[in-house]
Design a binder for this molecule. Structure first.
Ligand code: BGC
Length: 256
C-alpha cells in the first residue's frame, strides 16, 4: 500500500512580538544635578530593562560625569544609538551652560565625547526638552516644567520643540529667579508647604504669558505637589526624561 504523505504543518504565523524589529535600540541618558540615569529602549521606544541610576559626581565636571556615565552604561545591553538629556543650554551637541553642574561645561562637545565613548551616533538636547518628547500630544502650544535640582522648562508648538527656553533664570520676584523659587535649594530652605505655594505662583505666572494648551510637570520633586492643579496641567512620570530620548530619532529607519 503506498505510503500516505503526511501533510506538512502549515507555517505558524509569527506573533506581533516576533515580527517586531529588534534594532535599533536607543540608549537614553538623563544627566541630572543629583543623579545620572540610563535606560535602553527597544525600536518601539519601550524600556528594555530596569533604569540604572548613580549619584552625580561632585565636582560635576565633564571629566567626572563622563567617567561615571561609562560605569553606568557598562551593565546595560547593546544599543545602536544614544540620546542624552542635559541640564543646561545645548547647541548642536555642544553644552553652553550647566548651572547645577560645573562651569567647565561651557563649550564642551558632549555629543563628540559620548560618540568617542560609545562608538554610536549621539544626540544631545536640554533635559526638559527631552522630557517633553516623552509626554506631549503634538498639538498647539505645550509646555513642560521640571522640578528637580533646577527648574527645567520646554516649549513645543504643534510638536516642534523651541530649544533652550531658560525660564529658570528669569527673575520672578525681585532678584529671585524661578529656579531660586522652586528649585531643590528652595524646597530645602522653605519646606514642602511653602514650596508648593511657590510652584503654584510659577504656574499662575506662566499661564497668561504663553497660554499653553497643556502644561506637564515632571522631575523628581513633582511627586511632592499637594494642591489641585489647573485643568490644563498634569504631573508626569519622571521616566519620561528617558523615554523622550526615543523621539530624537523619530525619522530614522527601523531595521528588521
Ligand atoms: C537649567 C536648565 C535645565 C534645568 C533642569 C536649569 O538650571 O538652566 O537648562 O533644564 O535646570 O535641569
Amino acid at each position: 500500500m503506498p505510503k500516505q504523505a503526511t501533510p506538512e504543518p502549515s507555517p505558524r504565523k509569527k506573533t506581533a512580538r516576533e515580527t517586531r524589529a529588534t534594532k535599533p535600540r536607543t540608549l537614553a541618558i538623563d544627566i541630572g544635578g543629583s543623579g545620572l540615569k540610563a535606560l535602553v529602549l527597544d525600536p518601539q521606544g519601550k524600556a528594555l530593562d530596569e533604569r540604572q541610576r548613580v549619584k552625580t559626581p561632585r565636582p560635576a565636571t565633564p571629566k567626572s560625569v563622563l567617567s561615571a556615565l561609562e560605569k553606568l552604561i557598562q551593565p546595560l545591553g547593546g544599543f545602536e544609538r544614544v540620546s542624552v538629556g542635559f541640564p543646561g543650554v545645548v547647541e548642536e551637541g555642544v553644552t553652553r551652560t550647566a548651572p547645577n553642574l560645573h562651569p567647565d561645561w561651557a563649550g564642551f562637545d558632549l555629543e563628540g565625547a559620548l560618540h568617542k565613548l560609545t562608538r554610536r551616533p549621539v544626540r544631545v538636547l536640554n533635559d526638559a526638552g527631552v522630557q517633553g518628547f516623552g509626554v506631549i500630544e503634538g498639538r498647539g502650544v505645550e509646555m513642560v516644567l521640571t522640578l528637580g535640582t533646577g527648574m527645567g522648562c520646554a516649549l513645543y508648538v504643534d510638536g516642534k520643540y523651541v530649544p533652550n527656553l531658560e525660564l529658570a533664570h528669569h527673575p520672578l520676584q525681585g532678584k529671585k529667579t524661578y529656579e531660586d523659587y522652586v528649585g531643590q535649594a528652595a524646597l530645602e530652605r522653605v519646606g514642602k508647604k511653602k514650596w508648593n505655594k511657590h510652584v503654584r505662583k510659577v504656574l499662575d505666572q506662566i499661564q497668561p504669558i504663553w497660554n499653553p494648551r497643556k502644561i506637564y510637570v515632571g522631575g523628581g520633586n513633582a511627586r511632592l505637589l499637594d494642591f489641585t492643579l489647573p485643568k490644563n496641567t498634569t504631573v508626569t512620570d519622571n521616566v519620561a526624561g528617558l523615554l523622550g530620548g526615543f523621539a530624537l530619532w523619530k525619522n530614522e529607519p527601523v531595521q528588521q
